[in-house]
Structures are given as C-alpha cells and as structure tokens.
Design a protein around this ligand. Structure first.
Ligand code: ATP
Length: 239
C-alpha cells in the first residue's frame, strides 16, 4: 500500500498535512505518535472511514481513493477496531459478519481456521460478545478482521485497555500472522509492538516526522527522548 500527499480533517480542522506512507507486501509498519497526532484519522482515511481532502492511495496496483470502505475491504484491507464488535451478538455471529460477503461455506471454513488459532473463543462461541473479557474481545476483533482474508491488516491501538499479559498474547498472535505473510499497519503507543516492525513511522501534529527502521529511530536524539525515555535512562553512562 502506498499513500501519498494525504490531506484530511474534520470540518474546518485540518488534521493530516501531506502524509506519505508505505507498507510493502508482507511488511509490518508501526505508527507512533502522541495523543491527537492524527494516527486514527490517518488509518480511517486509508479505509475510507474519514473523507480525504487530497491525496492518493494505491493498493495492489489499484487506486483506492473514491472507493467505498466495503470495496477496500474486498480488495484486501481490513480494519481492526473494537467498535466493530456487536456486544449483543454471539462470537460466532460476529465472526460471520466479518465475512458477510463471502459464500457460506467459505465463512464456515475460515471461522473453523480462526477457532483453531484462537482457542479461547471456541468454548464461548455462542455467548454474547459483550460478556467477554477485554483481552478476549480484542482477540475477537482481530479474528473478525481476519475473516475477510486481508493482505493488509490495519490496527488502531490493539493494546488499549489490555493487561500486560494480554498485550503479550496479542503481540504473539500478530507475530504468527505476520510470519504467514500478512502485512500490518499498527498505530501504537506501546513500545512492545516495535519488535514486530520492519519499519517505524512517527506522526507529529499530522505530519510524518520520521520513517525508517527501528535502529534509525533510536539514533534520532529528539525522537529517542520522546519514545525511548526509559531506554535512555538505562543507557546513561555509569560512573
Ligand atoms: P489518540 O491516540 O488520542 O486517538 P490520534 O493520534 O489517533 O490520537 P486522532 O484521533 O486522529 O489522533 O485526532 C487528531 C485530531 O483530530 C485531534 O485534534 C482530535 O481532536 C481531532 N478529531 C478526531 N476525531 C474528530 C472528529 N470526529 N471530529 C472533529 N475532530 C476530531
């Protein structure tokens, strides 16, 4: 996926200023940025959930801007957000919705494969999604996004609201999906996710402030102070 010159906002408020972003086939890119930097707006603009004012998005050789969200999903981009879970519907029903445009047999096949990957969900497949713990709900959001068979999974803060144990579990699951060739774009503040990243982008007040690999990010003094404060303390010279 290659996005260039993205400009977007809400009403009079411009949030994204000429943003360029690339996620190669099978690549994992972590998007860092402080609260209000525009990460969610950027991800939503890629999916067509926020209207673009200007810019181009290319995916698998096709232009996406101007296409509806469901068309982008069919083309292979999935968006994971907790808002997409229906608490009154069962786990199974939520999963089926994730593949709503697929033939029934294919939905069953994919759901089965996902149950193998997320054993926690199997035992509870007929309970309302609203009764799941925060961690299980996150797994369900991930499984639901995965039902559409994406090539690129776009995720907004998958660690939000999770205990450290579940954060580790989410990272391990993503690592497995990534090793099978899934490309990922993950907006995160939790630095644990950096271990997944081939590349890191930093969004600052709606502009890409940095794009490169992790080592280059750690070499950048200002960014290191902003994002690797703890590491800097342990890096301090000892007497
Ligand atoms: P956070 O991690 O806090 O969600 P973010 O980097 O994802 O931050 P955005 O949610 O994209 O940032 O918000 C960027 C700016 O757009 C903020 O100033 C925010 O107040 C504003 N904004 C976000 N959504 C809307 C909306 N629906 N209507 C108006 N302004 C909005």
């Amino acid at each position: 996926m290659r996005a260039s010159g993205l400009v977007a906002g809400y009403g009079q408020l411009q949030v994204l200023w000429d943003v360029d972003l690339e996620v190669g086939d099978g690549e994992c890119v972590i998007l860092l940025g402080s609260n209000g930097a525009g990460k969610t707006t950027l991800l939503k603009a890629l999916l067509g959930l926020v209207a673009l004012w200007r810019g181009q998005i290319e995916f698998q050789g096709r232009r996406l801007e101007g296409r509806r969200t469901d068309q982008r999903v069919r083309q292979g981009i999935a968006y994971m957000s907790e808002m997409g879970i229906f608490p009154n519907l069962s786990i199974e029903e939520n999963l089926k919705l994730g593949g709503y445009y697929l033939p029934r047999r294919e939905v069953r096949r994919r759901a089965q494969a996902l149950y193998e990957m997320f054993p926690d969900l199997v035992q509870r497949r007929s309970v309302p999604a609203g009764s799941l713990s925060g961690g299980q709900r996150k797994m369900l959001s991930l499984a639901k996004a995965f039902m559409s068979g994406p090539r690129l999974l776009v995720m907004d803060e998958p660690s939000a609201g999770l205990s450290p144990r579940y954060v580790k579990e989410v990272i391990a699951t993503l690592k497995q999906l990534h090793s099978e060739g899934l490309a990922m774009l993950v907006a995160e503040q939790n630095l644990g996710f950096l271990e997944l990243a081939e590349r890191v982008c930093v969004l600052d007040a709606g502009r890409i402030r940095f794009a490169g690999d992790r080592a280059a990010l750690q070499r950048d003094d200002i960014l290191r102070r902003s994002y690797f404060g703890l590491q800097e303390a342990t890096d301090a010279p000892r007497d």
